[in-house]
Ligand binder design. Structure first.
Ligand SMILES: [Zn+2]
Length: 128
């Protein structure tokens, strides 16, 4: 089918499925953010405790690395959370599941795997 669907709204049961997926993902993501926040605080605390002898500390640079890594994961999780919020918004206003770039409907199978996704496979693989 090549016809362009303007009425791309999901069926009520599909919407319910997606809403559930978004909720689950949201819970997982908030848990992850809490966990990563704790990890980061622990790294900060433990590196503060060992700061006095850090000139001989072989762990010094790996601590900084670990901290940057945790921070990067935390940023990713926060970005994902914001995407989930936007997806929930699109679900409410009826634009959910429509590719933000080409306006084509995103297949349900893709949405079920990546409920916060904004673009179809074609547009996602053809970045910028
Ligand atoms: Zn597209």
């Amino acid at each position: 089918m090549t016809e362009h669907h303007r009425d791309a709204a999901l069926t009520p049961s599909e919407q319910a499925t997606i809403r559930e997926l978004l909720d689950t993902d949201r819970r997982r993501t908030t848990d992850r953010i809490a966990l990563l926040g704790r990890d980061r605080d622990e790294i900060v605390t433990s590196s503060a405790l060992t700061a006095s002898d850090d000139e001989h500390d072989p762990e010094g640079s790996s601590t900084a690395f670990e901290r940057a890594h945790v921070q990067a994961l935390l940023d990713q999780a926060l970005t994902h959370l914001a995407e989930l919020d936007l997806a929930a918004e699109r679900l409410r206003d009826g634009t959910y599941g429509i590719c933000a770039k080409c306006g084509q409907r995103i297949p349900l199978e893709r949405l079920e795997v990546l409920p916060a996704i904004k673009t179809c496979v074609k547009c996602a693989s053809r970045r910028r």
